[in-house]
Ligand binder design. Structure first.
Ligand SMILES: Cc1ncc(COP(=O)(O)O)c(C=O)c1O
Length: 337
């Protein structure tokens, strides 16, 4: 089954507010007895809200509409390799934004940014692309027609796993002004030192990304040829269903790889045995991090939610670092045993 990798966000009852402000209309909401959490703007909490809303809706093919507690109405579109017309069909009168993560975490499914941008232009909605996995070094969504790009700077842009942050890249002044207002009103901003850490990271982005990509290809090939491996998800492999699209819209394949070990027991066994790779949820740092999506990054989805988007208990995700690639391969080899 193809995972969902295009999200269509629809905002209701907010005709007087510009789209960005209305999306963040939760900024004044308060914790209650039923809901003790103070609303926050972190992408993890928004992601959690988003999935909760989706799963409150019906079945995997019709994941919408669902409503987050922030009054964002969300719907997901299951994409096919060759046709993006289902994105067009999913756009309703109230839709303000189509949000695409490409490649997706953790299944490495791609969306055709150019094809979707043609649809969103025609329908007069904004296209926002999460470019975290590729970084600006390997993928330029704005050149392909996106209206805004988001990055978790925690990952490749920082590159050293020592700061949390995010950035939104705008193409119009009014977008920047609206986001600036939200930052000022809600207060979710980086400290000067964290900004400095990201700036420091960008100075070596090019050399790091080249090495990540080089090591990523080698590790993916090693895993694909391993006798115990059931499946490897990496856009650089010839058998990736969107390998051609990857070559067209990206200039590298990057460092993110997901592989199927076959069972929870197999995954747990290898994760306990790794020595060079470190178990951790994050990604994009110079050191290789390895994780188990079902019990870590995607645990919040629940078993049903994971099954619907194709995440199994046997899957392991690796963010290949820039260490000597022979050490990484040898570590994975002994861990897979
Ligand atoms: C593709 C992608 N976008 C955004 C995020 C959110 O990043 P952060 O936790 O830094 O907000 C993640 C986190 O793993 C991610 O993988």
């Amino acid at each position: 089954m193809m995972p969902q990798n295009v999200r269509s966000l629809t905002v209701q009852n907010t005709t007087q507010l510009p789209p960005v402000l209305s999306d963040f209309s939760h900024a004044n909401s308060q914790p209650t007895a039923d809901n003790p959490f103070t609303p926050s703007l972190t992408s993890q909490s928004l992601l959690r809200e988003y999935y909760d809303a989706l799963f409150a809706a019906h079945g995997p093919q019709q994941w919408w509409p669902g409503r987050t507690r922030f009054e964002i109405i969300v719907g997901a579109v299951l994409t096919q390799n060759t046709s993006w017309t289902n994105v067009e069909r999913a756009i309703r009168k109230t839709t303000r934004m189509v949000y695409v993560e490409t490649p997706t975490n953790p299944l490495m499914a791609l969306s055709d940014i150019e094809a979707i941008a043609q649809i969103t232009r025609r329908k007069k909605v904004e296209l926002v692309v999460d470019n975290t996995f590729m970084s600006p070094y390997f993928q330029r969504p704005i050149a392909l027609g996106a209206d805004m790009v988001v990055h978790s700077t925690t990952k490749f842009l920082n590159g050293h796993s020592d700061g949390l942050g995010g950035v939104v890249v705008c193409t119009r002044q009014d977008q920047a002004e609206q986001l600036g207002f939200v930052q000022k009103a809600a207060g979710a901003i980086l400290s000067p030192f964290e900004c400095w850490l990201v700036l420091r990271g960008t100075k070596t982005l090019a050399v790091r990304m080249l090495q990540h990509d080089c090591n990523g290809r080698r590790v993916a090939e090693f895993l694909a040829q391993h006798k115990k491996m059931k499946k490897v998800f990496y856009p650089g492999l010839l058998d990736h269903p969107q390998h051609e699209l990857a070559k067209r819209q990206m200039t590298g394949f990057g460092a993110m790889i997901t592989f199927e070990t076959g069972s929870l027991a197999n995954a747990a066994r290898m994760l306990k045995r790794v020595r060079v790779c470190t178990l951790g949820e994050s990604l994009g740092g110079v050191e290789t991090l390895i994780s188990h999506p079902a019990t870590m990054t995607h645990a919040a989805l629940g078993a049903k939610g994971r099954k619907e988007i194709g995440i199994t208990d046997g899957m392991v995700r690796i963010s290949v670092g820039i260490e000597d690639v022979d050490d990484i391969v040898a570590d994975l080899d002994q861990a897979l045993g």
